[in-house]
Design a protein around this ligand. Structure first.
Ligand SMILES: *Cc1c(COP(=O)(O)O)cnc(C)c1O
Length: 368
């Protein structure tokens, strides 16, 4: 059996009848950039997260940049970011000229450890970014206590966590501003690049809208600096259709995770993901830890099972941040995860047969 890491074709086949006419409609109306498909999607996506505003943009990375930009983060500022995340989280602050300041993650949630934030705060600190990594919300209330106390802004990076919940509240409106990605492999994926920022602030939403479109509200009148971070009409149409299935697909992901946990729970050499008491995890990724990671990955690969590493090199050890002076040993939890993490196939359409095959191979590998 060959099991891919993610199967986008299977998902397309299941919604083809809805998606194709939606795309055709954009073409028929020549509504290629922004337009009704995008504004309809913004309204629906904001409602799905119980947040006042959604501004659809051209990618999650652009959303990260736009969120920091709208908050006024600039050169000389510092922004505290978890060391265990995808590089794009750090571009938000970096592209605004600010310095990313890394912090270690928590050993069970894999999200930024609230107890490691305060020691990183200086007179230059402007904001903290809470990444909801792998689909599990960060401990936003504990983080918020710190940002409130020090008068800092709080940013969510929810690229991996569409409709995840923190204490039964949807993420996306639990900070000053939040960014999402609709990269094809994300829980809600476009047919190309896409992203969004959400906020409950009228002022930040207006700024985000203006920055997205060359710093203007009215064509050719530029009130502030901006960029072209507009979403394409076809992506708005695709995302509008897919959003209607997201609750179902999320439940499928949770059910896949549950089956993995049940079948792998007796293998002592494996640390399974933990759903924190405050979290509704949406399992963008199913990440296990094992000391024999490289061996297990090779074995699964030989048996037709694709896996991934999220992430093999923590941000503080990336070459592009060498000048910041971090060294190996600075963040033991993050570094341990980088050495031992293995992401198993995870997508809503993963069948019981496929899950059983993967778990059986893992059991054979550990001879249990
Ligand atoms: C995917 C991702 C991004 C970037 O999104 P793109 O749409 O690929 O630009 C940002 N942050 C995190 C945590 C991500 O996983």
């Amino acid at each position: 059996m060959i099991i891919p890491f993610i199967d986008l074709r299977k998902q397309y086949d299941s919604i083809k009848e809805e998606i194709n006419p939606a795309i055709q409609n954009v073409i028929d109306n020549s509504a290629f950039v922004l337009g009704k498909s995008v504004s309809d999607f913004e309204t629906a996506f904001a409602a799905a997260h119980n947040v006042k505003h959604c501004v659809a943009v051209s990618s999650g990375t652009d959303g990260n940049h736009l969120a920091s930009w709208a908050l006024g983060i600039t050169s000389g500022d510092e922004v505290i970011i978890p060391a265990d995340t995808f590089i794009a989280t750090a571009w938000g602050a970096t592209l605004c000229g600010a310095t990313p300041v890394f912090a270690d993650c928590h050993k069970d949630s894999y999200n930024i450890d609230p107890e490691k934030i305060e020691e990183k705060i200086t007179s230059k600190t402007k904001a903290v970014v809470a990444v909801h990594l792998y689909g599990q919300p960060a401990d936003i209330e504990a983080i918020r206590k710190i940002t409130d106390k020090h008068n800092l802004r709080l940013i969510e990076d929810a690229a991996q966590a569409h409709i995840a919940e923190y204490n039964e509240n949807k993420i996306g409106g639990l900070s000053d501003i939040c960014s999402f990605s609709f990269y094809p492999g994300k829980n809600l994926g476009a047919f190309g690049e896409g992203g969004a920022v959400t906020t409950n602030s009228d002022e930040l939403a207006l700024k985000a809208r203006m920055i997205r479109d060359h710093g203007s509200r009215q064509k050719y009148f530029h009130e502030m600096y901006g960029h072209n971070y507009r979403m394409e009409g076809i992506q708005g149409a695709v995302l509008g259709v897919k959003l209607k299935h997201l609750i179902f697909w999320t439940e499928c992901r949770r059910s896949v995770a549950k089956k993995y946990c049940e079948q792998l729970k007796d293998i002592n050499e494996i640390k399974l993901p933990a759903e924190m008491p405050y979290a509704k995890h949406v399992y963008h990724l199913f990440v296990i830890q094992t000391d024999r990671r490289d061996e297990l990955q090779k074995y699964l690969n030989e048996n037709g099972i694709a896996t991934g590493l999220h992430y093999p090199v923590p941000l503080h050890l990336q070459k592009c941040f060498e000048h910041l002076g971090y060294k190996k040993g600075d963040f033991p939890v993050t570094e341990g995860l980088a050495a031992n993490c293995l992401s198993l196939p995870m997508f809503p359409e993963l069948s019981d047969e496929q899950i059983g095959f993967i778990c059986d191979r893992i059991k054979i590998f550990y001879k249990t």
